[in-house]
Design a protein around this ligand. Sequence first.
Ligand code: NI
Length: 171
Amino acid sequence: MALLEILEYPDERLRRVAKPVKQFDEYIKQIVADMLETMYHAQGAGLAATQVDIDKRIVVIDISETRDQPEVLINPSYKAVGDKRSELPEGCLSVPGFYDSLGRYDHIILTATDADGNLYTKECTGIMAVCVQHEIDHLDGKLLIDEISMLKKQRFEKKLTKIRKMQERAR
Ligand code: NI
């Protein structure tokens, strides 16, 4: 197992559209194990392969408080059930310090494959539904700050510049 480096905005590699996994082998299992370790270490609820510079449609999620309910989503897709929107704020390991609600679907049906290559569907609501949509966006090169207003974005950029300066000084 190994900790992977998490890319941060505005790294251009976060903009790539990840490729589908076609072969389910030991290599994929290793990536999943490393991604889980990295997600738990960073105390995130989810992590997409794009965030750790791996060009594959792989996502790991754990929204449990006990941090022992890992979910593996390979080649994931979803369909919305109804039109109810979530107001849950979300954050992102690649956009540290930023939280906002994007009004995502509150209820979805997820279709994905596990690390052994078994296809499954799962009904997701609330935090899990938001998390799945957030991580699939990563695989498509999208970030949660893409949808926000220019004003909010400028405010965030300022905050980010400050944080980076503080990090520089601490080095
Ligand atoms: Ni994220």
